[in-house]
Design a binder for this molecule. Sequence first.
Ligand SMILES: *Cc1c(COP(=O)(O)O)cnc(C)c1O
Length: 373
Amino acid sequence: MSKNILVTQSSMPPLDEYVDLIKDIWQSRWLTNMGKFHKEFQAQLKEYFNAENVELFTNGHMALELALQAMNFQRGRTEVITTPFTFASTTHAIVRNNLTPVFCDINSNDYTIDVNKIESLITDRTCAIMPVHVYGNVCNVEEIDRLAKKYDLKVIYDAAHTFGVKYKGVSTANFGDVSCFSFHATKVFHTIEGGAAFFKNENLGRKLYHLKNFGITGPETVDGIGANAKMNEFCAAMGICNLRHVDEEIAKRKIVYDRYIENLSDVDGLKLNKFTNDIKPNYAYFPVVFDEKVFGASRNEIFDRLAENQIKVRKYFYPLTNSFECFHGMFDVSKTPVALHISNRVLTLPLYGELALDDVDRICEIILNCRGK
Ligand SMILES: *Cc1c(COP(=O)(O)O)cnc(C)c1O
């Protein structure tokens, strides 16, 4: 019986490095509430991303949710243009702020928001655009920026997939009004659980800082209705350790990615995710879109066949967020046909630094053996 292979495996720093760092906490007894590691990690992230400002959070979701809350949109401006081809978090962050998601379709090249379809969705109720850099593919940031300026809209990027990604030499932390990252255990870079919001406006930074700590603004003043979303010292210390090794992790992922490309390129009926020259990728995911008629087997058949071989891949993103049970009857999935098409055909294959190339070959062989069966 062969071993289980999951879609990802968390990277771990050398245990000694982590233990060395957290020994300090036994002396200080300072476990959370913006302690030494929180501040140190914050400073290191700014440098790594070459970004002006960052706030740290308990997770990527709270970064998104509080970034929207911090915008204090005018009354009556309640619509946020976004895409349904994403993780639950993006859509939930909008709805949990009592805002209405307006779903724009994605483009079939890189699965990010189709910028040609945004303008027709803008109304006088629109307050923001919330695009997603899906799989680490960078949205058309120039066009989104142009539209935002023209219509006076905020842009909040869900950058959860893009740790380390650069577009024309600029890190994805630097686009829009806010860019939110997830440092969840399953991401390219993690702090066990964690997240961050990068931004330029200092005023917005103060709001984010207060909103992650109950809206407390002074010893005896509570100005806002905040949440509790502070990153604790153990997570910040994990971040400091993992940051030392993340470039190495990305380099290892590239080797795995290249092996997949070698095995699966030029196979009829498979669409792979390739990067354009102006992107420095982080090799976060390896999505494959299966065209059943050409390839001779459906996405679901391949999913099952891999599962029989203890290879647990993900239908990521399936289902679309606009078809979730919790939104039953609220959205019309047929308005995002490209997203629906891709969602019904995509699989993300296992990809992480430690994945053996032999395993990559075996995964590809199982897939290719499904042809025409
Ligand atoms: C992981 C992820 C999130 C949420 O991040 P958490 O840290 O798990 O809260 C949001 N959006 C996308 C696209 C993600 O992949």
